[in-house]
Unconditional design. Structure first.
Length: 344
């Protein structure tokens, strides 16, 4: 392999962020990454991730794996290449980078590539796995889990303020649907309000006692969307709510409590579950608890997982998404340090 200049993680972050890749639009950034890594001597595989019907799109989506030629990796760095909408253009100041994906998770992609190249130069067997769809349903991670490469360890990247996460909360997504009978609002006795039923159910959900862990904290519940009805002067014959619970521990008691709250007032549909996971720390390194979910539960065949990355989850998914340049540089060194420790 010819001598190549080192990758600048700040510049590489900019190149990635300037490619719009909100979920379902991961084709172009996957093409770019695959070509970039192949040009630096990695053995690259690009795997198509199907578009779901809900996307109403037919454009390409990719997972990108890069590994040692002719061998299997001992450790794989992984994160996702999709971002939440809307796309926010890149901009740079002296201390910070701004734009959609600078911390969640294209800056992490850049830091992992730089760390992997440094470790490869030291003789370690390292892989890189970048997947589509994490921000929606982990579709890319689920596909990748069907074709593992035999790695012993997986270092997943999410914004953890460069701290190792000791746990990651799970997710339980619920759709609640009530039905009723339309009538003139002046004569409510002639109808049956689906919205009134649904409001009762949601009040019960907000009053539920959710599981709590002394070292992780409480489970939380968010009513994210409500829709239904036709007009203020019409008794509603339909209503729907989307609810998301951040899980600690087993989902079974939470599912049972939600069904009990809905009783005969609403249909309950559990549309997504990502389990709660506990993770390992390393002595001497700062730690945190991730209140969010990751691809880790869908990558069980890629080795023992750790969770680490630059940037703050508090600005991810917001109009003010940013990452400190120094945090990207620090992340490179942390990734190298953790990999050396694991592979010693």
């Amino acid at each position: 392999m010819r001598d190549l200049p080192p990758v600048d993680p700040v510049r590489f972050t900019r190149e990635l962020v300037e490619i719009e890749s909100t979920t379902y639009h991961e084709g172009e950034v996957g093409d770019f990454l695959a070509a970039f890594l192949a040009g630096r001597g990695w053995d690259v595989e690009k795997t198509s991730v199907p578009q779901p019907a809900e996307s109403l799109l037919d454009g390409p989506r990719w997972n990108v794996y890069a590994g040692p030629a002719g061998g299997q990796p001992d450790l794989v760095f992984s994160t996702h290449i999709d971002t939440v909408p809307p796309y926010i253009p890149f901009r740079e100041e002296e201390e910070f980078l701004y734009g959609r994906g600078v911390c969640d998770a294209k800056g992490i992609v850049a830091a992992q590539v730089v760390a992997a190249e440094a470790l490869r130069a030291e003789g370690f067997q390292i892989g890189l796995l970048f997947v589509a769809g994490e921000e929606r349903d982990s579709a890319g991670a689920k596909m990748a889990n069907e074709s593992p490469k035999g790695s012993r360890f997986l270092i997943n990247g999410e914004p953890t303020d460069n701290c190792l996460a000791l746990a990651s909360k799970g997710t339980l997504r619920v759709a609640l649907r009530s039905t009723g009978k339309m009538a003139h609002s002046a004569y409510p006795e002639l109808g049956d309000s689906a919205i009134h039923k649904l409001v009762t159910v949601l009040e019960r959900l907000l009053a539920m006692d959710l599981p709590v862990s002394s070292d992780v904290g409480p489970s939380t519940l968010n009513i994210g969307q409500i829709s239904g009805g036709h007009a203020p002067n019409v008794i509603a014959d339909r209503a729907e709510a989307q609810v998301l619970v951040r899980l600690i521990g087993d989902s079974a008691p939470v599912r049972a409590a939600i069904r009990e709250a809905a009783a005969d007032l609403a249909e309950v549909d559990f549309t997504l579950e990502i389990p709660f996971v506990r993770l390992r720390g390393i002595e001497g390194m700062p730690t945190m608890v991730a209140k969010f979910t990751t691809d880790i539960p869908q990558l069980t065949n890629w080795g023992e997982p750790l969770l680490l990355g630059p940037g703050s989850i508090h600005v991810a998914h917001t109009p003010a998404e940013k990452v400190r340049k120094q945090d990207l540089l620090d992340a490179v060194e942390l990734y190298i340090k953790v990999a050396r420790h694991l592979l010693a």
